[in-house]
Design a protein around this ligand. Structure first.
Ligand code: ATP
Ligand code: MG
Length: 396
């Protein structure tokens, strides 16, 4: 049995585990936080698993919230930050390849660890630092291997999302996918179409933002899973070029991921709308992706081209780092040189023009302001009250 020194995030949570243990139940740290601690990586959320049933947990602590009570999860608020505590459970009969029909609470840790997806995610750590590793997760961690717990084919048949998770962990951890697990991916890739888009979306976004995104992408291609991703597009035609791009730089945001994909897929505006709606991405991301795609589609890029994407400059630069259709330094200079980023920054307003008696309210005023905006952006006139007033024929 391995004994571990607990990192600070676990030490802070110890009162929760100790209280559960003092009441005669078992409690362990589980999941990603244990895996990441063993890898020496920072941990983001501390998950706790226990033999106590939800009602028993709620009786032990003063302040709890039923965050996922039907799955056995209760949030405990007694000790600083909230801690999610989940009762050991098994998941039986997956008839739709994605959600267990029902969960059964159990008292044995082993049963709970058995239903977890990969050996590296099936580790449990006790308050005293003792590590429970029933499936050789430590060996796989040391060797950099993603291996399903038990029979990979069974596990992916129970829940097809696990296939995306395998690929995503490969990208995040720079791990290889073990042979049986890989074979199961190849055999069961078509089942991915039964998984909700929202769940696949999250995994693809994580995969493409991972430090080893190229590895994850190649695993997605080789496993055949790529062909079953949502969106009615020809993924395979861009598979190689995407792998090559991902060597250049990292994508670092959700908007960056989608903007990059639509430009690489070479989609039209209408196709982008359909594609991103099929993926159920937010409106804000859709708009940003359209702006970046417009920029890529343009043949001559002048100040106006940069102005149109100024609001989305961060995403543009992110995508340019991966696929520099213009050198990134050129783009940065052009963006920095823009006299204004938005028409609200014009030093002359419609009100000013009316008050000066140059124009009456009406369509012509709108046209004049639009022309001013273009002329300022293109550097034909300075963004200065007097210069702009003179430009529209007023006295200033
Ligand atoms: P991350 O660092 O992304 O949070 P994680 O391993 O903590 O990684 P979560 O999605 O937070 O992943 O899930 C927590 C744990 O629950 C996992 O480590 C794994 O043990 C288990 N788990 C999550 N999703 C599944 C699934 N689809 N099938 C089986 N076990 C799962
Ligand atoms: Mg987690």
């Amino acid at each position: 049995m391995t004994k571990m020194t607990l990192p600070p995030a676990f030490i802070d949570a110890l009162p929760v585990l100790e209280k559960i243990e003092a009441a005669g139940f078992e409690a362990y740290f589980v999941g990603g936080s244990v895996r990441d601690t063993l890898l020496g990586k920072p941990i983001h959320d501390v998950d706790i698993a226990t033999s106590a049933f939800p009602a028993e947990i709620k009786a032990l602590f003063d302040r709890t919230v039923d965050t996922g009570i039907q799955h056995g999860t209760v949030m405990i608020l007694d000790h600083g930050v909230g801690y999610e505590v989940t009762t050991f459970r098994t998941e039986s009969t997956y008839t739709d390849f994605r959600r267990p029909d029902d969960v059964t609470f159990v008292r044995e840790l082993r049963e709970d660890l058995k239903r977890r997806d990969f050996t590296i995610n099936a580790l449990a750590l006790r308050a005293d630092g003792e590590l429970v590793d029933l499936f050789d997760g430590q060996t796989d961690l040391a060797n950099g291997v993603i291996r399903a717990v038990g029979e990979a084919r069974e596990r992916f048949t129970e829940d097809a999302l696990r296939m995306m998770r395998a690929l995503r962990f490969s990208a995040q951890l720079d791990f290889a996918i073990e042979a049986q697990t890989q074979q199961a991916l190849q055999a069961l890739a078509p089942n991915l179409t039964r998984i909700s888009v929202e769940r696949i979306q999250v995994e693809l976004e994580k995969l493409l933002q991972a430090s080893s995104a190229k590895r994850g992408w190649q695993a997605l291609v080789v496993s055949g899973v790529l062909a079953y991703l949502p969106g009615n597009v020809d993924w395979l035609s861009v598979a190689d070029v995407i792998a090559a791009d991902l060597k250049q730089a990292r994508l670092t945001s959700v908007a960056g991921v989608w903007a990059y994909l639509v430009v690489r897929l070479g989609l039209t505006r209408a196709e982008i709308s359909d594609f991103l709606r099929a993926w159920k991405v937010s409106r804000a991301v859709l708009q940003t992706a359209q702006a970046v795609a417009d920029f890529y589609r343009t043949e001559q890029r002048d100040a106006w081209t940069y102005y149109l994407v100024a609001k989305d400059a961060a995403t543009l630069l992110e995508v340019l780092a991966v696929w520099p259709i213009v050198p990134i330094e050129v783009a940065k200079k052009q963006l920095a040189a823009l006299p204004i980023q938005d028409k609200a920054e014009l030093a002359l307003t419609g009100k000013d023009i009316i008050q000066a008696g140059v124009l009456q309210p009406g369509p012509q005023l709108g046209q004049t302001l639009a022309q001013l905006e273009t002329d300022v952006v293109l550097g034909k006139v300075a963004n200065d009250y007097d210069a702009l007033m003179a430009h529209v024929g007023g006295k200033g």
